[in-house]
Design a protein around this ligand. Structure first.
Ligand code: HEM
Length: 568
């Protein structure tokens, strides 16, 4: 009877017994090795698949020497590879679901088995909803990856990001490694260990000191004026995408303050290809951040990531060639990072500067402009609230004149500031968790009990869930700025300010918080005083539906009707 390729017996093939043993022994060892190390070495299966491929290739290459036919060698190789990989994946699946130290923590089966469901979720930007649903249905501590847990109890902020205990010993999670693009080259945000991060952060701090921030006033005023003038111009043609104008403001600000170079988008009246490149690059990097080894492969293939990297390289080269030339600002952030200003404790290499360049552009632009867009989206639907803010601000804008010193907006405009706190609660620009990897056992609060996770577990708190949890804020899905001003009237009006963490927590929290507030206050106050604005319900719904979680939030068009107020 004619044998089919895959049903040949060893005897038929005449594969020498010794050669089979040569293949079988390392395979058996490989599997045992995998079973033994898969928790401590979560990527061991990649090494083993590589080994299987090598053995398979060897079988094919050596078929002459082993005196078996080419097709028989191919069949053996294929069967062996199949058996090998199926065994590894079965062993992985069984281990992850039934024997893993996190096996008792509830989670979706797809998450327990692998990280591969996340790239799809992240490409479509629905991570915040998926994790929120898991917390709603399964509890405060849920398993969102084979070795990853998310916590929605606010006291976990101290446990995970706090300066003492197990939190102080954590390192950045695997997502940050993928952001680095170049292995072992990090931005401040991706620096894996806390001591090294803290050393670097000391070089950044002077760029965000009170003195430095007052040096940025002129830039913020000028760019805010350009933004408002551009809005006035666009408003004459009918409803337009207000979010795009706010994005231009965010990018131009960070270009000037970051490395003394404006992106010039406010002048041109539209976002440039660089802005789109950054957005696409960030979306791609975030998507594959779940599977960090993919990021390092993608770097070598033509992709938005590669194009983004080339742009960063050119931007840093340009800035280094302009040492001492200060067109826009006395001392930009890069002046401190390059050691032109202040005392530099650690000289950064060119590739680290590129990573920091990405951090400045991404962390400082999208976050602030999105927060402003979300705030105006909420206010467009609450004209009474807008009137109340105007009443509050009238004193600072007598007869439409601008205040001489915008610090009054910080010190004497509680409702304006409450709107910003509230929008950062309801629509946090960084909605999901900030991964940390434990290096020692960590106890995570879980309602009235707690959960202990072992070293090498990836942990995070889920900002979106905590901000919209009725146990932390009453009517959590409503935009109610008054909650930040008035004392709760009854026990039912829960207000747990400790759950509010849009800027992260601890020593790695946002360095740009004060700068962001300065920009947002200035733009919001002037916009409200200068314009009336509305959104059609359908446009408002479209905007809301377009909001995506791409580590930093992203959103589609925000079509608004804006008209200058005659009093202004
Ligand atoms: C509303 C606006 C903003 C929000 C909500 C926000 C949020 C955050 C969050 C959540 C983190 C922690 C990230 C982590 O642990 O991985 C962070 C870090 C950071 N942010 Fe912001 N950010 C904002 C504006 C800005 C601005 C204007 C800048 C100016 C450049 C900035 C620069 C940074 C930097 C450099 C870090 C890294 C800090 C470190 O690792 O030590 N951010 N931000």
């Amino acid at each position: 009877m004619k044998q089919t390729a895959l049903s040949v017996s060893v005897e038929d093939l005449k594969v020498p017994y010794n050669q089979l043993v040569t293949i079988a022994i390392p395979s058996a060892f490989a599997l045992l090795f995998h079973l033994a190390v898969q928790y401590r070495e979560p990527y061991s299966h990649h090494f083993l698949i590589g080994l299987a491929s090598t053995l398979t290739a060897l079988t094919v290459v050596l078929h002459d020497e082993w005196k078996i036919t080419h097709s028989a060698a191919f069949s053996v190789a294929l069967s062996m590879f199949g058996v090998f990989t199926v065994t590894i994946f079965t062993s992985m699946a069984i281990y992850r679901v039934f024997f893993h130290p996190l096996r008792n923590i509830p989670g979706l089966l797809s998450c327990k088995l692998s990280m591969w469901s996340w790239p799809i979720t992240d490409w479509f930007g629905t991570r915040q909803y998926k994790i929120q649903d898991m917390h709603k249905n399964l509890g405060d501590v849920v398993r969102i990856g084979p070795r990853e847990v998310s916590c929605s109890d606010p006291s976990a902020l101290t446990a995970i990001y706090g300066p003492t205990g197990a939190g102080a010993k954590t390192v950045r999670g695997p997502w940050y490694g993928a952001q680095s693009m170049i292995p072992h080259v990090h931005s401040l945000q991706n620096e894996p260990t806390l001591p090294e991060h803290n050393r670097r952060r000391r070089d950044w701090d002077p760029a965000f000191s009170t003195k430095a921030l007052s040096g940025y006033h002129e830039n913020i005023y000028r760019n805010a004026d350009m933004l408002l003038d551009q809005i006035e111009k666009l408003s004459k043609k009918g409803p337009f995408d207000l979010k795009e104008s706010l994005l231009c403001f965010g990018f131009d600000m960070m270009g000037e303050l970051g490395f003394a170079r404006s992106f010039g988008t406010l002048k041109d009246g539209k976002t440039s290809h660089v802005v789109h490149l950054v957005e696409l690059g960030v979306r791609a990097i975030n998507t594959i951040g779940n599977v960090p080894y993919l990021a390092h492969i993608m770097r070598f293939l033509p992709s938005p990531i590669q194009a983004f990297e080339s742009w960063l390289e050119a931007a840093v080269k340009w800035r280094m060639s302009k040492q001492g030339e200060r067109e826009f600002v006395d001392a930009d952030i890069f002046a401190f990072l390059l050691g032109e200003e202040g005392k530099q404790r650690r000289k950064l290499d060119k590739r680290e500067l590129q990573q920091d360049c990405m951090l400045v552009v991404v962390a400082g632009s999208d976050t602030t402009s999105n927060a402003l867009a979300f705030c105006l989206y909420e206010l467009a639907r609450q004209p009474r609230l807008v009137e109340m803010i105007r009443e509050e601000l009238e004193v600072h804008f007598p007869n439409g004149a601008k205040p001489e010193n915008f610090d009054v907006l910080r010190d004497d405009a509680p409702l304006l500031n409450a709107c910003l706190h509230e929008v950062l609660r309801l629509w946090p620009p960084v909605p999901s968790g900030l991964q940390r990897t434990t290096t020692t056992e960590m106890t995570l609060p879980n309602g009235n009990s707690s959960v202990v996770v072992p070293p090498n577990t990836v942990v995070s708190t889920h900002t979106w869930t905590m901000h919209r949890d009725p146990r932390n804020f009453h009517k959590p899905n409503n935009f109610l700025p008054e909650r930040w001003i008035n004392e709760p009237k009854s026990k039912r009006e829960v207000h747990n300010a400790k759950a509010w963490s849009p800027f992260g927590f601890g020593t790695t929290s946002c360095i740009g918080k004060n700068l962001a507030y300065m920009e947002m206050r200035l733009v919001l106050a002037q916009f409200i005083m200068r314009f009336d604005f509305t959104m059609e319900p359908a446009d408002a719904q479209d905007f809301r539906d377009s909001i995506r979680d791409q580590f930093v939030s992203a959103a589609g068009q925000m079509i608004c009707s804006v008209s200058p107020r005659h009093q202004w």
